[in-house]
Ligand binder design. Structure first.
Ligand code: SF4
Length: 70
């Protein structure tokens, strides 16, 4: 799973930072979201899906990895 954020859509609610602080932080200058990491561990998948669902700006995109190639 990969995660990305669209800072143009972020309204600085801080919800993602509260829920998944190891992945998201807010910029000291403008309070917009920043990523601490983009490659997500399996134990973080559910939290990231929920963060994307709850983001009021629709600023978080999670991309599921495809099946492994043989
Ligand atoms: S939850 Fe969405 S709108 Fe709120 S800080 Fe995070 S990315 Fe920005």
């Amino acid at each position: 799973m990969q995660v990305s954020v669209d800072r143009d859509r972020c309204c600085s609610s801080g919800m993602c930072v509260t829920n998944v602080p190891e992945v998201f932080e807010q910029d000291d200058q403008d309070a917009l979201v920043k990523l601490r990491q983009t490659s997500i561990r399996p134990d973080q998948f559910d939290d990231l899906r929920l963060a994307a669902e709850l983001c009021p700006g629709g600023a978080i995109t999670v991309t599921e990895d495809g099946p492994a190639q043989a």
